[in-house]
Design a protein around this ligand. Structure first.
Ligand SMILES: Nc1ncnc2c1ncn2[C@@H]1O[C@H](COP(=O)(O)OP(=O)(O)OP(=O)(O)O)[C@@H](O)[C@H]1O
Ligand SMILES: [Mg+2]
Length: 235
């Protein structure tokens, strides 16, 4: 079933945060999700060591460069969704993961310097398409850590530039929210957060739901049907 890969050579772009939020949001609908922690720094595994990992979500770590394609293919046979979090670098591992993807999400913060790094990630995807001589690998930019209150003109200009170059931009942004960070501190999903400890959880939940719905809508049609029908689980 479809594989969504988070990739960007820029460290701290928001890959791991967005991957966990997407995975927990899809799992909350009852679909099976395998979240592959392909970053040697193991951010996802640390999150998974805390309580509250959804029942339908499996985390796989200990992934090697030689093994990553097999690990992804195996997960895709077992789960309705596979989500891969990668290290903030350009490596063979990243290339292999991208080659298996049904969608590559490139998170970027909304500055011109960050956008340049996102362009490198998109180029890597386009090169992988050529290298594998296979079908196209859809990719899209995800703006992260943006303000929920204001949309600076620089962000609009960057988004327009991506569009001009035929690079899709995910309309939903992962805004700067304490709740997204808190999931890594307390474990589990946004819905499990203690509202007396963490501010604006409901706004973060709405943000996460809109993000997940948009991403699932970008996948092949069969995947969207799976997420919409939580009772139907793929063994
Ligand atoms: N939407 C968000 N709201 C608030 N904080 C965020 C958000 N996205 C990311 N962060 C914070 O930004 C920092 C970097 O995020 P994250 O670790 O997800 O990036 P990354 O791309 O996975 O980094 P790396 O390349 O090092 O793996 C973290 O401190 C994280 O808590
Ligand atoms: Mg990371």
């Amino acid at each position: 079933m479809p594989t969504i890969v988070f990739a960007s050579p820029k460290g701290g772009a928001g890959k791991s945060t967005s991957a966990v939020i997407l995975a927990t949001e899809i799992a909350a609908r009852g679909a099976t999700v395998t979240l592959i922690d392909a970053d040697p720094n193991r951010p996802i595994s640390r999150w998974a060591s805390l309580p509250g990992v959804p029942e339908t979500l499996t985390v796989v770590a200990d992934v090697t460069e030689e093994g990553i394609i097999d690990v992804i293919e195996d997960a895709a046979r077992r789960s309705a969704f596979v989500i891969v979090d990668l290290e903030g670098t350009a490596s063979m591992m990243v290339g292999y993961a991208v080659s298996t993807a049904d969608l590559v999400i490139v998170p970027t913060q909304g500055s011109t310097l960050d956008a340049a790094e996102a362009v490198r990630a998109i180029r890597l995807v386009r090169n992988m398409e050529k290298a594998t001589r296979g079908a196209s690998i859809p990719s899209a930019i995800l703006f992260t850590r943006t303000s929920a209150a204001i949309r600076p003109r620089s962000l609009t200009a960057i988004a327009a530039e991506f569009a001009e170059h035929g690079v899709p931009v995910i309309a939903t942004q992962m805004h700067e929210r304490e709740a997204f960070r808190a999931v890594f501190a307390y474990g589990g999903s946004l819905a499990d957060l203690d509202r007396s400890q963490v501010s604006n959880v409901d706004a973060a939940l709405r943000n996460a739901r809109a993000f997940a719905a948009e991403v699932v809508g970008m996948l092949p049609a069969a995947a969207a049907a799976d997420a919409a029908a939580p009772a139907r689980k793929v063994a």
